[in-house]
Design a binder for this molecule. Structure first.
Ligand SMILES: C[S@@+](CC[C@H](N)C(=O)[O-])C[C@H]1O[C@@H](n2cnc3c(N)ncnc32)[C@H](O)[C@@H]1O
Length: 239
C-alpha cells in the first residue's frame, strides 16, 4: 500500500462505499463507540473517518474531529454531517501518519477499518499515541488475518492484489500490537463470524512492546484460549 493507491482506491469506492461496507461493518462501529464510554466534554479523534458512517453514533456531548486522507470519502462525510445536522463534528483532510495536532490533544482516539489500509501502521500507531493524552484510550477496529486454514489461504492469495483492493489482506494481530508500546487492554471479536477485532489500547507509559497472545495483557483483561479476550463483553464499563 502507498499514498497514491489509497487515494485512487477510495476515489473509486467513495460513491458505493456505504452500500458495500455500511451494514456489514456497522455492528463494529457501534460497539467501538459504546466501548469508548465518552464523557461530557471529552474530545475524540476518529482517524480514517471515511464517509462518516460512524458520526451519528457519537453522543452530542463530545467533540469529534474526523480526519481522512481521501477528499472524496471526506466529502461524503461532510454531506452526512450537514444532512444530519451534527454540530459536534469537525472534519479535516489529513494523513494519520503525520497528524497536524499537538501532543496530548485528545482524550480518546478511534480508528475503524483503516489499520490494514495505511501504508505504515507503525507510524499511524505512533501518531495516535502522541496525540492521545497520557492514560487516554486508543481503539482500533480491523480485520486481522488468521494463522491457518482456508481463510489464511484466501488471504494469502489476495495479498498480491493489495494495491487494487485498497487494503492489506495479510495482517496478523500479533504483528500489529507489537508495533506499539501502548498497553493492550482487550482484543474482542466483532461483526459477522467474529472476523474483525476490536483492539483497546491504553496510552500508559510502558517500556517494551507486547504480543496479543498472552502475558503482557493489562490486569483488567481475561485472556482466553483463542488469544482474544472478552472482558468488554462481560464488563463494558471497565473503568
Ligand atoms: C475501509 S475505509 C474505513 C472508513 C470508515 N472508518 C468506516 O468505518 O467505514 C478506510 C479509510 O481510511 C482512509 N485512509 C487510508 N489511509 C489513510 C491515511 N494515511 N490517513 C488518513 N486516512 C486514511 C481511507 O481514505 C478510507 O476512507
Amino acid at each position: 500500500m502507498d499514498h497514491q493507491s489509497v487515494l485512487s482506491a477510495y476515489r473509486r469506492y467513495a460513491g458505493v462505499y456505504d452500500v458495500l461496507f455500511g451494514p456489514l461493518f456497522e455492528p463494529g462501529r457501534r460497539r467501538l463507540i459504546a466501548a469508548m464510554d465518552c464523557r461530557p466534554g471529552e474530545t475524540v479523534l476518529e482517524a480514517g473517518v471515511g464517509t462518516g458512517l460512524s458520526l451519528p453514533h457519537y453522543p452530542a456531548h463530545v467533540g469529534v474531529v474526523g480526519i481522512d486522507l481521501s477528499p472524496h470519502m471526506l466529502e461524503r462525510a461532510h454531506q452526512r454531517a450537514q444532512r444530519m445536522d451534527l454540530k459536534n463534528i469537525d472534519l479535516r483532510c489529513m494523513d494519520v501518519q503525520q497528524l497536524d495536532f499537538p501532543d496530548d490533544h485528545f482524550d480518546k482516539v478511534a480508528c475503524m477499518y483503516i489499520a490494514s489500509v495505511v501504508p505504515d501502521p507503525e507510524a499511524m500507531l505512533a501518531e495516535l499515541k502522541r496525540v492521545c493524552r497520557a492514560g487516554g484510550d486508543v481503539f482500533v477496529l480491523n480485520h486481522f488475518s488468521g494463522s491457518q486454514g482456508a481463510v489464511r489461504r484466501i488471504e494469502q492469495s489476495l495479498s498480491p492484489l493489495a494495491r487494487r483492493l485498497g487494503f492489506r489482506p495479510l495482517f496478523p494481530l500479533d504483528d500489529f500490537v507489537a508495533l506499539t508500546d501502548m498497553e493492550l487492554v482487550a482484543a474482542n471479536p466483532v461483526n459477522a463470524f467474529g472476523y474483525w477485532t476490536l483492539v483497546h489500547l491504553r496510552n500508559t507509559a510502558k517500556n517494551g512492546k507486547q504480543t496479543a497472545s498472552g502475558h503482557a495483557l493489562a490486569e483488567t483483561a481475561t485472556p482466553i484460549a483463542d488469544g482474544h479476550d472478552r472482558s468488554e463483553e462481560t464488563a463494558p464499563a471497565e473503568r
